[in-house]
Design a protein around this ligand. Structure first.
Ligand SMILES: [Zn+2]
Length: 270
């Protein structure tokens, strides 16, 4: 008898491979239907996501070690950033309703918009810094692209990079940079690199190079900035770590992810 599952199969040969594909489909479906990802997927209607390279970026080794606490922390941060579940004030307020004041909590930098995962990096007071950092990244990226390119030199790489929407001025979050800040590789980046690098391996390492640069120079500094502002806000209201631990002990069932609610756990010390 040939084993089958739900009229699919047969399962008699490479069962592990079959299960892997099935589980990947299941995980993708659950990601698509996750309400916390709705804002990101809405952006993806205008700026398509290269899912293959996004997957490679999120799972890639972050510190060239076989196994390390830092690598796990960075991968955890990437997943939370992708899912919009980094512990911003709105999520902490949801997790600790008795410790946080009721009502929307505004960003302490602009004092105008509600602070949530989507606001990080796109606060009007931080847009100049974001644009300056993006220009620095563009220079390093162009240089590396010129050096790695395997197409005839008549192609003007610099001009193509200059025209790319990725490096256009950021005025709000309707920009491909929003995807990159949330660990997605925009298809425009892949297409741009594909024009100048035909070798698949070199092309993938170029994408990882760009994503690492962006992570180091933009994603991480903005998260650190947000963490320090939030820390000051909580300090002023006497919301301490000790109180949160006590709250969790008292309301064990109500808190789903206790390790993620303290921003000091999110790469701030590494
Ligand atoms: Zn703001």
């Amino acid at each position: 008898m040939v084993p089958t599952f739900n009229l699919n199969g047969p399962l008699e040969k490479d069962l592990r491979k079959w299960s892997k594909n099935t589980l990947e489909c299941y995980n993708m479906l659950s990601t698509i239907n996750n309400s916390s990802n709705a804002y990101l997927f809405n952006k993806a209607r205008t700026h398509p996501i290269d899912w293959h390279n996004t997957f490679l970026w999120i799972k890639c080794n972050n510190d060239n070690t076989i196994c390390s606490n830092l690598n796990d922390k960075i991968t955890g941060f990437k997943i939370k950033s992708f899912n919009h579940t980094l512990p911003t004030s709105d999520l902490q307020q949801r997790n600790y309703p008795n410790l946080f004041p009721p009502g929307p909590i505004n960003c302490t930098a602009c004092n105008n918009l509600v602070i949530n995962n989507a606001h990080i990096g796109f606060c009007p007071t931080h847009l100049t810094t974001l644009n300056n950092s993006l220009q620095h990244i563009k220079e390093a990226f162009t240089l590396r692209l010129i050096n790695t390119s395997d197409v005839p030199s008549s192609m003007d790489i610099k001009a193509w990079v200059e025209r790319s929407p990725i490096f256009s001025p950021v005025t709000n979050d309707d920009h491909p940079v929003y995807l990159i800040l949330h660990q997605c590789v925009p298809s425009t980046l892949t297409s741009l690199i594909k024009m100048f690098i035909k070798n698949t391996k070199n092309r993938q390492s170029m994408i990882i190079f760009f994503m690492e640069l962006f992570f180091k120079d933009i994603t991480r500094p903005f998260w650190k900035l947000h963490s320090s502002l939030m820390h000051a806000w909580k300090k002023a209201r006497n919301i301490t770590r000790k109180k949160k631990v006590k709250y969790r002990k008292k309301n064990k069932k109500g808190i789903s992810a206790p390790a993620s609610d303290n921003p000091t756990n999110q790469l701030s010390t590494s």
